[in-house]
Design a protein around this ligand. Structure first.
Ligand code: ZN
Ligand code: ZN
Length: 333
């Protein structure tokens, strides 16, 4: 099969991803083999290619927003039929035994496996997935629309719950890419007003088009105190700034897996008055199932930019340079 894998991690301009032929994977017990139709491009793929996340397997194939068709069932796999459309997301496996798994916090599992980091992902013609960690995709979404839901959407949804937006509250969103533009739609559907701060003019336009109350530059102050905020941009210096924008009792959730260093936080003006700073770590399968139901009910309108599979390296460069509005999606055919 054709695939992209991580060669020597480094800046995307230096082509850290390699394109070539790899043997087809075969499904192990409890796994299914998919013919990949599309795979979304997530910022985590960029962190992996650039070495911010050290690859956990040599030659790992990135990609954890996979939509594919089941073509083979591994031993004992019975959840899906051949030909069924299935989604593969970031959480590829958990131990099921640690104290976090046992208390419904499998996102904090002590020995998790992640798609496109521990096990090969979907920048390829074929991929295997443990069937217990795969998703059925609501019919209302095309393949291309469904891809960004599988990480950008699910993580944005968990970030939204971690940000504890009160009913009718004011939510600030810092950075407005694939994840943010989906989380914003859910928040507004639930009655929140949304204030977006992003350096991309194109993204500001999209935010207003989707119904945001305000769209300013990355370091603009929102016009009102925020009840909640989510930091999607992987930019640590925005943390104190976002904390200052919070109202008393407000909550800031940091959504990314990687963040540049946070400058010193001033206790009096940035944390006192019961402001809270929280991170968001992966997701549980329950988050994923719930989000896909919510997404189909609204229904969400993912903004996507298609790329041919051969152009994956270009897609990552475009993502690094903020040239993508919404979410990039690779097409395998
Ligand atoms: Zn566990
Ligand atoms: Zn992701």
């Amino acid at each position: 099969m054709r695939a992209w894998w991580v060669g020597k991690p480094g800046p995307v301009a230096g082509h850290p991803l390699v394109f070539g032929e790899r043997p087809d994977p075969s499904p192990g017990p409890g796994e299914v083999l998919l013919d990949v139709r599309v795979c979304g491009v997530c910022r985590t793929d960029l962190h992996l290619a650039e070495g911010d996340l050290p690859p956990r397997q040599p030659g790992i194939i990135p990609g954890h927003e996979v939509v594919g068709e089941v073509v083979e069932l591994g031993e004992g796999a019975a959840r899906f039929r051949i030909g069924e459309r299935v989604g593969v997301a970031w959480l590829g496996g958990t131990c099921g035994r640690c104290r976090f798994c046992l208390r419904s916090q499998e996102n904090l599992c002590l020995s998790p496996t992640f798609t496109g980091w521990d096990r090969d992902g979907g920048y390829a013609d074929r991929v295997t997935v443990n069937e217990d960690y795969a998703y059925r995709i609501p019919e209302v979404f095309s393949d291309e629309q469904a891809a960004p839901l599988l990480c950008a959407g699910i993580i944005g949804y968990r970030a939204l719950s971690r940000a504890q937006v009160p009913d009718g509250g004011r939510l600030g969103i810092y950075g407005f890419g694939g994840s943010a533009h989906l989380a914003a739609q859910v928040a507004m559907h639930r009655g929140a007003s949304v204030y977006v701060m992003t350096r991309s003019e194109e993204a500001r336009r999209l935010a207003l088009e989707l119904g945001a109350a305000f769209a300013g530059d990355a370091d603009d102050e929102p016009p009102v105190p925020l009840d909640s905020a989510i930091l999607f941009a992987p930019v640590g210096w925005l943390v104190p700034q976002a904390l200052r924008a919070l109202d008393r009792g407000g909550t800031l959730a940091v959504a990314g897996i990687h963040l540049s260093d946070i400058p010193p936080i001033h206790y009096g003006s940035e944390l006192f008055q019961e402001r809270q700073l929280r991170s968001v770590t992966a997701n549980t399968r329950a988050d994923g199932e719930e989000f896909l139901r919510v997404a189909a009910d609204i229904p969400l309108r993912p903004t996507t930019v298609p790329y041919r599979m051969e152009a994956a390296a270009q897609a990552l460069q475009d993502l690094a340079a903020d040239r993508i509005t919404g979410a990039a999606v690779l097409h395998m055919d």
